[in-house]
Design a binder for this molecule. Structure first.
Ligand SMILES: [Zn+2]
Ligand SMILES: [Zn+2]
Length: 201
């Protein structure tokens, strides 16, 4: 009876369907990490391949990607989601090229976006990548941006407006509760990100 009633009033879920048109969950960090590691295989990357980690970092504001040599860590800004999979992939490779160049030449002083980095970019399939490449829409579209996430699948959902009504992660509702709204997958507020120009560094 309860189930039947819920199925007859799918308004909350319907609203989500409307809102969902530009939203798809981000690839998970482990997924991106696997991708980055397989890019390194066959290149002269030594132990970097096994030590490399990738994370989504909600605290990042105007920077979309960052490479930490000491921790072999690539951090990506969840706001990248709005630029789609190709831009996420390109940013991943840009940062990976920094780690690769540093791994190979770390003992020598190299320019952050110098020849060694550009060579690594070529090997990682993004020849012609530029330093501080600015994502065209970031300055405008990051303003008043609210980022939500699903505790279950860790998917991130950047939104232009604050979510007023109960909204759940569609992927998880489909997977675990037959497409019905489920409180367990309600989107949680992460941050209100700032405006400004964004670049990869
Ligand atoms: Zn989810
Ligand atoms: Zn860079």
């Amino acid at each position: 009876m309860r189930n039947a009633a819920r199925k007859q009033s799918p308004f909350r879920q319907l609203e989500f369907f409307f809102d969902a048109r530009v939203i798809s969950p981000l690839p998970s960090a482990p997924e991106l990490q696997d991708r980055a590691r397989s890019l390194l295989r066959g290149l002269d990357a030594g132990v970097l391949t096994d030590h490399l980690r990738v994370e989504w970092n909600e605290r990042m504001r105007t920077t979309v990607g960052r490479a930490d040599f000491r921790r072999c860590l690539i951090s990506l800004n969840p706001a990248l989601q709005e630029f789609g999979p190709a831009e996420i992939d390109r940013t991943l490779r840009h940062e990976l090229a920094h780690l690769l160049a540093h791994f190979r030449f770390g003992r020598r002083r190299i320019q952050p976006h110098g020849r060694e980095w550009r060579d690594a970019c070529c090997e990682l399939g993004i020849g012609g990548e530029r330093a501080g490449h600015t994502l065209p829409l970031v300055g405008r579209s990051l303003s008043r941006r609210f980022i939500y996430y699903c505790q279950n699948c860790q998917g991130h959902f950047p939104r232009v407006r604050r979510i007023r009504r109960a909204t759940a992660c569609l992927a998880c509702c489909r997977k675990f509760s037959e497409g019905n709204y489920d409180e367990r997958f309600r989107l949680r507020f992460v941050k209100n990100s700032s405006s400004g120009n964004s670049s990869r560094f």
